[in-house]
Design a protein around this ligand. Structure first.
Ligand SMILES: [Zn+2]
Length: 390
């Protein structure tokens, strides 16, 4: 038990390790509002864009990518019910994005809350850019009013082929490749919505590396335009029941199948989990011959991780007029570890470890046998859905 526990705790710690937050105000000393969302409330987010000819993408394609990125966040924030109740006030984020077109056409430069600087440069951009190492893109907030929960700033994106370095793909970034610009904007808007880096999601600290790989992939990687990748950025663990397809992995696959089905596997092995937060759950292992259903029980989470201020907001409370620093996380745990029990057909009992949203899979179930931690089920479906338990 002790060894298992320490394994998990190590995994949990590495799971929440955060790379540098490039959404803050750029200072070395983070303030309470560092990394907090720019647009709290219902107000329209007016945005404009400036496209340098070196960017290599038409205005129409830019506009489509910006719209798509905003729409993806709007749907995600609604699906995951991201909002905060503090006292008598409920806070959420504006998703009412309105294009003002090209910034150059605006009568007042202050008319835009958010400026997309695409391949452009200026003294202000260069000053902000100096805070990052060879960036492909960054979000930079230039103003914030905590009484209104409203700020302003810009998202900068490198021109085509504008990121140069010894380990960087020549010609990178190439925004004419499918999904790359949308994914980049989705990431930067995540910072605008108050999210730090979280690997395995759109907020991956190594998003540039992912984009480089997507550039040379033989098929378009459409999944990079989603918020959740191998992990969910945020999930709602309580009252959830979910059915997920998955896999058995590793050299112990046949051993696991044999142990829990009572016979050797024939042909390809399939796996599905029926996870029920409030009651009995099961893994179904199937092959050419049939399906074995393996009930298991998982206890309460022994540890959850809420270390990241996802969708962080910073507001001034209305009740007292004082500036109360509020760094609120999303309402769910980011990851959790549970222990439980699973039995084979002979009635032998095995300790089980149930990880949610921690590693390379959204759900991982392992069991402890003969001194080894063996895989029982790894979910491999990124499109997780939740519904209330009956
Ligand atoms: Zn980032």
């Amino acid at each position: 038990m002790k060894r298992l526990l320490s394994l998990c705790l190590v995994a949990l710690l590495s799971c929440v390790a955060v790379a540098g937050d490039h959404a803050g105000n750029g200072g070395d000393n983070p303030t309470w509002d560092s990394g907090a969302a720019w647009f709290v409330g219902d107000g329209p987010i007016h945005y404009c864009y400036q496209i340098d000819p070196s960017f290599g993408v038409s205005e129409g394609d830019v506009q489509s990518a910006i719209s798509a990125a905003f729409q993806t966040w709007a749907a995600y924030l609604q699906k995951k019910q991201v909002s905060y109740v503090l006292g008598n006030d409920t806070y959420h984020f504006s998703t009412d994005a309105r294009s003002l077109g090209q910034c150059a056409t605006l009568s007042s430069p202050g008319a835009a809350d958010l400026i997309f600087n695409l391949g452009t440069s200026s003294a202000e951009i260069n000053k902000a850019k100096a805070l990052y190492q060879n960036p492909t893109s960054f979000a930079y907030r230039t103003s914030y009013d905590p009484a209104k929960g409203w700020g302003g700033g810009f998202i900068w994106v490198a021109s085509r082929g504008g990121v140069v370095g010894p380990d960087i793909l020549p010609g990178f970034p190439d925004w004419t490749k499918p999904n790359l610009l949308e994914s980049t904007l989705l990431h930067e808007l995540g910072h605008v919505y108050g999210c730090p880096h979280r690997d395995g999601t759109i907020m991956d600290a190594n998003i540039s590396l992912v984009l480089e790989q997507a550039t040379t992939a033989s098929e378009p990687w459409s999944w990079i335009t989603h918020v959740d990748w191998s992990r969910e950025l945020t999930f709602v663990p309580s009252t959830a029941s979910v059915t997920l397809p998955g896999i058995l992995v590793g050299p112990s696959t046949a051993e696991t199948f044999r142990r829990f089905s009572g016979r050797a596997p024939q042909g390809e092995i399939g796996a599905t989990v029926n996870w029920n937060e409030s009651g009995a759950s099961s893994v179904a292992l199937s092959d050419q011959i049939g399906t074995a259903t393996i009930p298991f029980m998982a206890g309460a989470p022994i540890q959850t991780s809420e270390d990241l201020a996802l969708f962080k907001i910073y507001v001034e409370t209305k009740a007292t007029g004082n500036v109360i620093p509020i760094g609120v996380t999303s309402r769910s745990a980011l990851a959790e570890v549970r222990f439980g029990q699973v039995k084979d057909p002979q009635g032998n009992s095995y300790m089980l470890e149930f990880d949610r949203n921690m590693g390379a899979h959204p759900m991982e179930i392992r069991y402890f046998a003969n001194g080894n931690l063996l895989p029982l089920f790894f979910a491999d479906n990124l499109q997780m859905t939740h519904r209330a338990a009956p």
